[in-house]
Design a protein around this ligand. Structure first.
Ligand SMILES: [Fe+2]
Ligand SMILES: [Fe+2]
Length: 271
């Protein structure tokens, strides 16, 4: 299975870049599954249902979330209507929405996508390691599902590395989101799980993690309430990675980063 994962989409420029790129990437890279993190897609804060539907129409299969899941309050009452939008699985029981989804591809193959959130320097949610292993206990990679993609939305690189090792050999891809900065540690772990600490951001990198520089910098210079953060509106980079798995095992055969447009050095998978 050929899988594309894109990191946090920030604001209009990020959305438009993703919606322009995905149809071409689906065709050129012969993608089977496209997963994006959309927690900042709605003006930097949260995700609206119409935006999610625009992303689906562009060829995205699943949209994951994170600590900004509920910034758009309207999504709270709408998320159950759209199972392809998933929020971190380790929110407490009773939270709207689901933390995972099984997507059936047009050819009948199935992929399990899971979203969990770290707890280091973040909200104190339930144990993400237990949440992800509870979900995975209901599926078997290479038997009931052909691929498992885990988005670990976390601040601490250590927590993401640990998640990669815990799931090595049981997931196709474990990828971090939330820090909006692509890391250069993409690799296939010894057990066959593709791993990258952070997918990076789909947004304008002439910013502070996607937000306009002046207001974001002012928050650091003067510890006072300032103007509201607004997404930077310059040309966006589309950032993430591609993985090719072996359908018989569900494990990764090849993996490469992908970056298109904007300020970051471009790179495309060559397989
Ligand atoms: Fe984010
Ligand atoms: Fe986040």
């Amino acid at each position: 299975m050929r899988i594309l994962f894109l990191g946090d989409i920030v604001g209009r420029t990020g959305r438009e870049a993703v919606m322009e790129a995905v149809p071409n990437l689906r065709r050129d890279l012969r993608l089977d599954l496209v997963v994006v993190n959309g927690e900042n897609a709605s003006h930097g804060f949260g995700l609206s249902l119409p935006i999610a539907r625009d992303l689906f129409a562009a060829g995205v299969d699943v949209v994951t979330l994170g600590n900004h899941a509920w910034d758009r309050k309207d999504l709270v009452g709408q998320i159950d209507a759209e199972p392809r939008i998933i929020r971190p699985a380790n929110y407490p029981p009773g939270t709207p929405g689901q933390g995972s989804v099984v997507v059936e591809l047009v050819d009948g193959r199935k992929a399990l996508v899971i979203n969990v959130m770290g707890r280091q320097f973040m909200e104190a949610l339930d144990d993400p390691f237990r949440a992800v292993t509870d979900i995975m206990a209901r599926h078997r990679l290479g038997v009931t599902v052909h691929a498992v993609v885990v988005d670990i939305h976390a601040e601490a690189s250590s927590e993401k590395w640990a998640m990669g090792h815990v799931l090595d050999g049981r997931a196709s891809l474990v990828v971090g989101t939330h820090t909006h900065t692509p890391t250069a540690d993409h690799r296939i772990l010894p057990g066959g799980t593709a791993y990258q600490t952070d997918a990076g951001m789909c947004g304008d990198y002439d910013s502070v993690i996607g937000m306009g520089k002046d207001a974001a910098i002012a928050r650091f210079l003067r510890r006072m309430p300032g103007e509201r953060l607004q997404p930077a509106e310059g040309v966006a980079t589309v950032a993430g990675m591609m993985v090719e798995t072996d359908d018989a095992t569900g494990l990764a055969r090849r993996m490469a980063p992908l970056r298109i447009g904007g300020l970051l050095a471009p790179t495309m998978p060559d397989f």
